[in-house]
Design a protein around this ligand. Structure first.
Ligand code: ADP
Ligand code: MG
Length: 240
């Protein structure tokens, strides 16, 4: 099974003079479903983009399976990322959206047909291949975005607030789907959310980020029962 470990060692990043990530230390185990929780503007997307290779840190080390990947370009990192707005191509069919990464890699037609079929089946969209994203509901578009990412067989899956565009009821349903999918694939997953309930009901462990500083890392029960500071207590304890 494709399961990477991830380690951030003393990672810092500034935009100009503004520090956005400050000395972030984090270790995520193979196969773990890890939530990164924090308010808007705390640096969650910046950290994910950094792991995916779209942002560069100014200091520290970023290791996948123990290897420093700081200089490795995004497409060679074995990292798949699902964006908040899904970023599907509106002019392409669902099938072509999902196939895109495989076509880019010049995989054989047979392999593409097999893998895209399997990925669409995994998210329950096997009958929607010929639709365009605009003809799908928000939840279905979210599933396409997931299929498009898992089809490239990443070792590490990054989800940037994947459910935040959905209404509450669907969010709860998709949360369960995500969890099942993650279990089924066994993929090391980092799930970014600003919703503490979402984090606490899905993740094995989680980290709370505030103003670029990791406040605490632990299980839901650990953070809830023994928060290290008032920020964590307030953030994790607040009802939705
Ligand atoms: P989150 O995902 O937790 O909401 P972000 O990582 O998007 O937070 O942003 C963290 C901080 O970095 C915010 O203050 C944001 O304004 C700033 N920021 C994000 N991207 C850029 C950028 N490209 N240039 C300058 N500042 C940025
Ligand atoms: Mg964000």
């Amino acid at each position: 099974m494709n399961q990477a470990s991830l380690e951030c060692r003393h990672i810092s990043l500034s935009y100009g003079a503004t520090p956005v990530l400050r000395d972030v230390n984090l270790k995520i185990e193979p196969g773990e479903f890890f939530a990164l929780l924090g308010p808007s503007g705390s640096g969650k997307s910046t950290l994910l983009r950094l792991i995916a290779g779209f942002n560069q840190h100014q200091s520290g080390e970023l290791l996948i399976d123990g290897q420093d990947i700081s200089g490795v370009p995004p497409h060679l990192r074995g990292v798949g990322m699902v964006f908040q707005n899904y970023a599907l191509w509106p002019h392409m069919t669902v099938w072509d959206n999902v196939a895109f990464g495989l076509v880019e890699r010049r995989e054989s037609r047979d392999a593409i047909r097999r893998k895209v079929g399997a990925a669409l089946e995994l998210v329950g969209l096997q009958d929607y291949g010929q639709r365009r994203p605009g003809q799908l509901s928000g939840g279905q578009q979210q599933r396409v975005a997931l299929a498009r990412t898992v089809v490239i067989e990443p070792k590490l899956l990054l989800l940037d607030e994947p459910l935040s565009n959905l209404d509450k009821q669907l969010r709860v349903q998709m949360r369960e789907e995500l969890k099942n999918l993650q279990r089924q694939l066994g993929l090391t997953t980092i799930f970014v959310t600003h919703d503490q309930e979402e984090a606490m009901t899905t993740a094995d462990r989680m980290a709370v980020l505030n103003q670029g500083v990791l406040q605490q890392v632990g299980t839901a029960a650990g953070l809830y029962d023994e928060p290290h500071n008032r920020f964590v207590a307030g953030f994790v304890g607040t009802a939705n």
